[in-house]
Design a protein around this ligand. Sequence first.
Ligand code: TIU
Length: 224
Amino acid sequence: MARKSMAAEPYELEFDPTTTALLTIDMQRDFVMPGGFGEALGNDVRQLQVTIAPTQRVLEVARKLGMTIIHTREGHRPDLSDCPPTKLVRGKGKTHIGDPGPMGRILVRSEIGHDIVPELYPKPGEVVVDKPGKGAFFATDLELILRDRGIKTLIVCGVTTEVCVSTTVREANDRGYECVVLSDCVGSYFPEFQEAALAMIKAQGGIFGWVSDSKRAMAALSAG
Ligand code: TIU
């Protein structure tokens, strides 16, 4: 497939769709719906729901092109043996990881709340990476999967921009992957963090990568 060019900041990103993966980070009910981990941390989760529709549109285009699609989920084993004690108690909140909630045990694998929202649900053949941390490379086989497929570029969507998205982009950048983050497909509970996180990625000539948006990404992917 021919190389493509995506309008982005700080400058155009050249990429080949055959060596590019769409990476959706933690689009789980626990972060975007009431009663999950995001709300347990004291956040207004409705602010993240705006990312679903544009991400769905990019996902459709990527599926049509037959691109590698990878979904991540943050969460833990039912016995919480992979959850650092520090993470369990952080925040001094009333509700913790592993506690029962309206969508099952909070941030525990195989519970409804831990799973991906129906609009973005993985199709057969798409990769799902379960991760215990904020970064998608920490204690997972993501790097092996990307290497085996010859992936060089990541189009990044998901939540939250300054936490799991930024951590993953920084991990990926250090491993030599080129990342473009789509601004309307990533969301934060804090508008000021959204703005700052995106600014940090593209500053200094793209110190961590590029920032574009769903429209420009779809235009690039759909171009002949
Ligand atoms: N709290 C917050 O903003 N995010 C997380 O805990 N995880 C992810 O970003 N996925």
